[in-house]
Design a protein around this ligand. Sequence first.
Ligand SMILES: Nc1ncnc2c1ncn2[C@@H]1O[C@H](COP(=O)(O)OP(=O)(O)OP(=O)(O)O)[C@@H](O)[C@H]1O
Ligand SMILES: [Mg+2]
Length: 335
Amino acid sequence: MARRCTTPFEREARLCRVCRLDPEVEGLRRCSRLVAESPPMQEVLVRAARFARSDASVVILGESGAGKEVLARALHANGPRRAGPFVPVNVAALPAELLESELFGHVKGAFTGAVADKRGLMEAAGGGTLFLDEVAEMPAPLQAKLLRALQDGEVRRVGDVRAFTADARIICATHRDLARRVEQGLFREDLYYRLKVFTLRVPPLRERREDVLPLAAQLLDAAGRPEVRFTRAAARALEAHRWPGNVRELQNAITHALALADGDEVDVEHLPEEVTGRAPARPAADGELCTLAEAERAHILRALEACGGRQAEAARLLGIGRTTLWRKLRDHGVG
Ligand SMILES: Nc1ncnc2c1ncn2[C@@H]1O[C@H](COP(=O)(O)OP(=O)(O)OP(=O)(O)O)[C@@H](O)[C@H]1O
Ligand SMILES: [Mg+2]
């Protein structure tokens, strides 16, 4: 393992002369096209470059759309397991029973519908990395099973008596305050400590405004429109916005702008109204009370906006079920 740079002088000596970044940090950035111009994001990368070399679990915290998954991929791609698979699984997307068989696999006949043996994602991630997205939502019985797997290094497929060796590095992410979930008794404390050997916090975009324009440039590039430029006013609007939906919201704003702009120049009028501050983001100002239904409709729309239009995410943010959100959207004549 490379020696840690302890003094500013040593650190300075290791920095690449071109990009002024630690070569390992630069590696982390290049492989995944991770934009990190701002000091807070560079700090994250410096820590991440060290964690990448290890096999221990990492918990990545950060708001929705902030870039937790890109960072997880960069950790994998810069670690000793880079030749192995990176297997993402969204823990919140599946009901408990399905998630168990998805993660750990099952044998034929273990339950109705189990017509053949099936490998779980944990097994599939052997030699590589298992990325447990939205880990805070993991149901309690599965938390227990995951803890056993991590402690013993073995897992059993559902319905199987044999065990196989679990050799996946675990990287988790959540937009929730995981320590608080532990306090509330919603997440096992022993699993929490087993997982959070290393912690990375991806700062929200509003705390690293220096990243906004470089990210926008990369998103234009990814959209096949690298020649597009922002007018000064548009660039100012992008930098000034609070970006509640973070990079994903920025991605949507760029898509919006590209659709509206005729030539190679994006101006303020091409940006979404929420970004330029011309939309009524709040139901009504003090003094002009709106109805409860109007307030609910506006609040739901803001939540959807913050989640980049993803209903499952918005439902979680609002603390209601997906079906309830769907019903409310229909009742409010949205979508
Ligand atoms: N620093 C970054 N550099 C380049 N692209 C980024 C960066 N951060 C995020 N993105 C892009 O923004 C989008 C959202 O990022 P990502 O999926 O990693 O967020 P997330 O934190 O996992 O969100 P969620 O909590 O909603 O799952 C992706 O398309 C990703 O490629
Ligand atoms: Mg994600």
